[in-house]
Ligand binder design. Structure first.
Ligand SMILES: CCCCCCCC/C=C\CCCCCCCC(=O)SCCNC(=O)CCNC(=O)[C@H](O)C(C)(C)COP(=O)(O)OP(=O)(O)OC[C@H]1O[C@@H](n2cnc3c(N)ncnc32)[C@H](O)[C@@H]1OP(=O)(O)O
Length: 219
């Protein structure tokens, strides 16, 4: 088993981890819906495509061909569109990246109810300019790690009320970065969390997030 598969197993088991039993049902995999290796392979291929499209400067004939193929693929998948409750992308919380391609794949190496540590590599798709990750992509990653921490440990569901991000130095694409998040404190429905993103000894960005516990019936 790979480290990620082990991590996914632990995530399911708990007891201290970001266990599936701690998650509100609507956000977890519904019984009977399992991520198949084929589905995850499709997501990996899409991630690679996003990176390749970003970097490519193809000649006109290749462009025409590629566009035709992409349109055909869209049409083919559209026939299998499911309602949100049955959707797989983004809901596979035991799989690094959750089976989605919006944010980069967050690999969690260590976690508890109050702390999480992991690593991530932003691909070419996330390039802002001059080798640096786009400033809008970094909050995606912070929301991911803090959102998980805010909602683990048997806590009731919460949503991000604010996410303050400080960009301390450029965040390079194509290299492994380290990320760490902490559950700092709770005041009534308010949960305060912090996180840092580092490249080696360099602090790239840090964040403070407020997550507010939802009241019954709040979407
Ligand atoms: C259902 C979630 C379950 C998650 C399950 C996780 C498992 C999945 C695993 C892996 C995924 C990882 C990734 C996912 C993470 C996702 C999290 C997101 O990104 S959510 C999308 C973005 N956020 C929104 O769309 C919120 C939109 N806003 C709202 O819905 C409301 O404004 C809400 C709920 C945040 C608060 O509204 P009120 O009406 O319930 O409460 P009021 O009274 O306004 O605030 C309560 C207290 O909070 C303070 N507060 C609220 N907003 C504040 C702000 N922006 N700044 C400062 N204080 C604020 C208020 O001043 C108040 O404080 P005082 O009790 O008086 O001390």
């Amino acid at each position: 088993m790979s480290t990620d598969e082990n991590a996914a197993e632990e995530l399911l088991r708990g007891p201290e981890g970001l266990g599936r039993r701690d998650m509100p049902t609507s956000w977890t995999r519904r019984p009977g819906i399992e991520p198949t290796p084929d589905f995850l392979a499709m997501i990996d291929a899409l991630r690679a495509l996003q990176d390749d499209v970003t970097a490519a400067v193809p000649p006109p004939d290749v462009l025409v061909d590629t566009t035709k193929t992409l349109s055909e693929l869209s049409e083919r998948l559209r026939a299998y569109a499911a309602p949100e409750r049955d959707q797989l992308t983004g809901r596979l919380i035991t799989v690094p990246g959750r089976g989605q391609t919006m944010s980069p794949v967050l690999h969690l190496d260590e976690w508890s109810e109050h702390h999480a540590r992991g690593h991530v590599t932003f691909g070419r798709f996330y390039l802002g300019g001059n080798g640096a990750v786009h400033g809008g992509a970094i909050p995606l990653l912070f929301d991911e790690i803090l959102g998980r921490l805010a909602n683990t440990g048997g806590r009731r569901p919460s949503r991000t009320a604010f996410l303050h991000v400080n960009y301390r130095s450029i965040t390079p694409i194509g290299v492994e970065l380290q990320i760490e998040g902490r559950f700092e404190r709770e005041e009534g429905r308010k949960r305060f969390l912090t996180a840092e993103l580092r490249h080696g000894d360099t602090l790239c960005a840090d964040a403070e997030g407020l997550f507010v516990q939802l009241k019954p019936g709040q979407p």
